[in-house]
Design a protein around this ligand. Structure first.
Ligand SMILES: N[C@@H](Cc1c[nH]cn1)C(=O)NCC(=O)O
Length: 437
């Protein structure tokens, strides 16, 4: 535990995840070039991203089960094989269908990576270090998005479409070699795979789902992560540029600010979770409330939102990424190691299902208002966005409601083990009493 070997194994896994995030986000930054290459408009272009995410989300449970059975090494390398094939396909594709197949292969490989890498953490690090290492996994992986925005885009402009995507495929080959050479599922002697557990596949899935701590993780992930995904992956740019009238360079700056805040917020959140494990869901609910407040402010302010208010919204949305790692921390602390991959897969579905649902609802509400003649200034007018984006408040409310319900179950189970979660008001009274003394 915590040995130099642990850091090498984890470092290789995190590099694999960073490359997966680069592969995932690479298409989003080449929208104009893709529209020209495939001769398509915005709606078809968004299908590339939506289908990639549908594949990603639908594979989470199978991947979780497979990683519990076969371990991280084989899953991370198989994921890299799929991503390399997908990017090679994109490099040569000239029709929409072949392009979409390429993105779906990328989504498939991407789906295999995060859950498998996160599974390494509790096997190689002790319980005190694990929350921070999980946060660092998420944080470092997000740098892949910056690699997409800066060097990858520059390479595409300098060397052309096919060369750029072939380079991405080559990066996944590097991951395969490193993983096969250096990544080990668990330290020698530790149980790493389900072959050593008595549960079969169906029982494993049922046991992970029945554990209320897994569902608490899933609803935490659902509630806190989707709004940032919807913003960064689909509606943020059109809202800022077409709706709010910001220059596209300002919008790009706000997107980079989003990544920077997500990266900076990860380590302190990891330390908070390690110190206050009984306050994890309160942090999730606090950030969800901030998200609702920030969106409400931006959507109700008369006229265009000032830049500072947009920056506040972007910062709050960025907190959702690291906060969603708390969902995986619930999976880790409430499940034995032999079903951790399965529980992590269940948790990871939460945020991505919420994001896909919201992306669809926002697009549907924009189109509906236009079809009904309610947005005469255009589909992407500011007033149409106000109504469409407000749907996020409903999704947030539904997630928070489910989270609080399942949290009650978790707390009852903890009380049965003589672990009582002190009320916030008791903590506050205690804090004040100590200060007076
Ligand atoms: N919570 C994210 C990762 C993250 C960490 N910090 C900011 N974002 C997540 O669920 N990741 C899953 C994945 O496959 O990337």
């Amino acid at each position: 535990m915590n040995s130099w070997r642990a850091y090498v194994v984890w470092g290789i896994g995190v590099f694999g995840y960073l490359v997966a995030v680069l592969q995932r986000t690479s298409f989003g930054v080449v929208g104009l070039e893709a529209a020209e290459r495939f001769h398509v408009g915005g709606a078809v272009l968004s299908a590339f991203t939506v289908l990639q995410l549908v594949v990603y989300a639908s594979l989470q449970i199978p991947v979780g089960l497979l990683v519990d059975r076969f371990g991280s090494r084989i899953m991370v390398s198989a994921g890299a094989v799929f991503m390399a094939l997908g990017q090679l396909q994109i490099a040569v594709a000239e029709t929409t269908v072949t392009g979409i197949i390429g993105r779906m292969l990328v989504g498939m490989g991407d789906a295999m990576t995060f859950v498998s890498v996160l599974r390494l953490v509790p096997l190689w690090f002790d319980g005190r270090r694990a929350p921070l290492m999980s946060q660092l996994t998420g944080v470092i992986g997000q740098l892949g998005q910056l690699v997409s925005v800066i060097p990858f885009l520059a390479l595409l402009h300098a060397a052309g479409w096919s060369q750029a995507f072939m380079t991405l495929a080559a990066l996944s080959l590097v991951v395969i070699v490193l993983v096969l050479a250096l990544l080990r599922n668990a330290p020698a002697g530790a149980p790493a795979a389900q072959s050593e557990s008595p549960e079969g596949t169906r029982a494993l899935l049922a046991a992970a789902w029945r554990q209320p701590g897994t569902r608490l993780g899933m609803w935490s992930h659902f509630t806190v992560q989707f709004s940032g995904n919807v913003f960064a992956l689909m509606w943020g740019f059109p809202f800022m540029v077409a709706g709010q009238g910001f220059d596209s360079t300002v919008a790009a700056g706000l997107m980079s600010f989003f990544v920077a805040v997500a990266i900076l917020a990860g380590p302190p959140m990891g330390r908070f979770v390690a110190r206050h494990p009984l306050r994890r869901s309160t942090l999730v609910l606090g950030i969800s409330t901030l998200t609702a407040l920030a969106w409400t402010a931006v959507l109700v302010v008369p006229g265009r939102a000032p830049l500072w208010l947009m920056a506040v919204l972007v910062a709050v949305l960025a907190l959702g990424g690291p906060a969603s790692m708390i969902g995986f921390d619930f999976a880790r602390t409430f499940n034995p190691s032999h079903r951790l991959g399965t529980a992590t897969g269940i948790v990871n579905i939460g945020g991505f299902v919420a994001a896909l649902l919201t992306m669809f609802l926002v697009g549907y509400l924009l189109d509906l208002q236009h079809a009904l003649g309610l947005s005469p200034q255009g589909v992407y007018s500011l007033d149409a966005f106000r109504v469409a984006l407000a749907v996020q408040l409903l999704v947030l409310g539904a997630g928070a409601f489910a989270l609080v319900r399942v949290r009650r179950k978790v707390r009852r189970a903890l009380a049965a083990q003589n672990v009582r979660v002190p009320l916030l008001r008791e903590l506050w009274a205690d804090y004040r009493a100590r200060r007076r003394r």
